[in-house]
Structure formats: structure tokens, C-alpha cells
Design a protein around this ligand. Sequence first.
Ligand SMILES: *Cc1c(COP(=O)(O)O)cnc(C)c1O
Length: 407
Amino acid sequence: MSEMNIPVIIPYTDHREAEEMAKVVASGWVAQGPKVAEFESAVAKHEGIAHGIATTSCTTALHLTLFALGISSGQDVIVPSFTFVASANSIAHTGANPRFVDIFRETFCIDPNSVKQFIEMNYSQRGDSLVHKTDGTTLTAILAVHQFGLCADIPALTEIADEYGLLIIEDSACALGAKASGKNQGSFGNPSCISFHPRKSITTGEGGMILTDNEQFAKRLRGLRSHGASTSEVARHNSGGFLLPAFDDIGYNYRMTDIQAAMGLAQMEKFDFILKTRREKAARYNELLAGLDILTTPTEPDGYYHTYQSYVCMLNFDGLTTEQGGEKRDNLLSELEKRGVATRQGTHASHTLECYKKLYGLKPEAIPNSWACDRLSLTLPLYVQMTEAEQDYVTLQLKEVLVLCKN
Ligand SMILES: *Cc1c(COP(=O)(O)O)cnc(C)c1O
């Protein structure tokens, strides 16, 4: 029996969430309404962006954004392989092809050189379009993922996007509050999409949000998330409830409820505290785990502000292949679980998942860093309520298991 039982994450809530949600239930207006609008303003204001458009999840936020940008079948969107499968799925949902590129092992974020190489190898310029040499599809966008709360190198990606006439969309599922070069995620001129799943820094149970400074685009997204209606429910009720809205586009129902938004507002009250605490605990892990050859702790490049949605380390097994190292890593995770410490691999290499393997037939080693990070990464527990004793226990168990690993 282990002395402790430590999960990877616990949402940070108190009485405020239940209080705010109960008020909404009592008010009788539980679907998307005033609370969603208030939550959208609170999140957008925090990030210094003009508009927030709440959705049912980050996956639907990404899908809606890509759809509204005109991404559809016959088109390609570049996405890093090493990301939660929803990034690629949101592209596939539009009918377009997710095209997998590699990441940096140090930051887990998309490598702009890999993007450039992928374009130069696979596409030829025809007029204004980049056409895939064998499939005939057109490359239109890059989905940049701010992995685990660290911003991707948006300036370098912007240079490539400008050179080839591509759009950038930011998958900020894990990165609410993240910064690069002193700028907030989502303030580089691209739409960015946030997640409020319980595995992220703040939660609404399920939920997502698109952030954009473009007023026209925001208006279009608001319509498309609500069946394609061109007036909001609130405006409709205020102008005489019998009026039905006009439907100019075939839209979706991706609306967040006011109950969820009430929870989100209570979460936003503590968001800065959550961020600060997660960063302090990450810094403490960095100290406790410093100087181990076998383990690399997460990096935060100069000018970046990491939210540590996940604290993800890399294992360095000298002289082992990725495959062999991966087996060792899995044994290590299993041993930690026995000792009451829940851990996970960072995320997966999407090109190795059956749903995309059967589509492209890519070998794991075709995208080597993504594959290595799939097999050799390790997420440690990190949550606001985590005590120093718990963190010490995790570190002690990890160090013991790493010693076992060496033999
Ligand atoms: C969690 C996550 C998503 C999906 O978010 P949901 O709100 O669960 O749909 C998308 N992309 C990345 C990088 C994620 O980590």
C-alpha cells in the first residue's frame, strides 16, 4: 500500500462556483445568455483581446474557427503531430486534411523549420496557391499549438505564413494566460482557441472559447455557433420574443450554457492566483529535480511565460532506441502508479494513432521528435492544492524509480 494517492490534476474550486451556478438555475435562464456574455468579456479582457466567443469545447472552438475561415475539403492544414488528437480532428471535421509536422523536443512546440521543409518538399506554387504535388490539395493554414501552456514561436511561423500566404490559427487549449515576447497568446493577430476542460488551468466542466480582435469575424462566429442565426437570443428576446432570427448560413449548435459560464466566472476570480501558484510549484519541481542526467525538466525560453497546464519532463536513456526507452518509461509510470503517484505521457504523436495511421500510413519515426516525445515524456502531478509534502513525495518516488531504471 502506498502512503499517498496523488492525481495528475484536481480542478481548483471553492464555494463560489456552486453559488454562482445556483443563481443561474434559480433565474430560469440556463442556456446561453447574459452569463455567457459576461464570461466572454472577462476572459477576453484578461488576455487583452477585443472579443470572446464561448463554445462547448476547444475542439468545437477550433472547428468553428477553421470553418468560418473557409477551410474545407480539398485543403490542407499543417499541425504538429505531438498534440492531443483533438487538434488534428478539428481540421478533419471541416473535410480538410491535417498534415503533420514535427516539434522541438525542448519546448514540445511546433518547429518552424519542420513547417518550411514540409512545404518545400510537398507543395508547388501554382498562381496564388500551394498545391500538394501528389494529392492536388491546397495548403491554406497552420494550426499552431501552444503545448502544455508554452507559446509556439508565432513570429517565426508568421514569417512562413506571410511568405506562402497561409493563415495561422492558435490552439491555446492549454495556454490561457501564456505570453511570448511580452505579448499574450492570441494577441498576434490570429484567432486563438481556449479549453475549459478540467484537465486545463480553469474549468467549466466542458467548454471552450475563441478569442479574436476582428469584430466582423467575431460576429460571424457568434452566428455560426448558434445554428447560423444572424441575431442573438438576447437581442431576439429584447426585440419581441415571437421574432425568429434569420438564418443565412448552415451553422452549428456549439453554445455554452449560462450554468457553465457562471462556473467560469467564479474560476476567473481565482485565475491569476491559479497561474501564480502553478508557476511556483513548477519552479519548485525544477529545483527538486535539478541535476539529474536521466531527466530533463520543462524549459521556459527567455521572454516566454509558461502557464504549466502540464509539467512535462523528458527521459534520457543513454544508448536506448526510442522504442526501448518507451518501454522503460511505461514501466516507470506503472511503478509510480503503484506508489500512489499518477503520471501520464505528455501527449501522443497523432500520426501514430490508428485513426491517422490508417489515413496516411506514416511510420512512427517519420516524425522523429514527436515520436520520441510520445515515448519518453512524463507528466508529473501539479495542482493548486498540492502540498509541499505531496510534491516531496512525488519527487522522492520518482528519484527512487529512476535509480531502479538505471539498472
Ligand atoms: C485539451 C486540448 C484540446 C481539446 O480541448 P477540449 O476542450 O477538450 O475539446 C485541443 N488541443 C489541445 C492542445 C489540448 O490540449
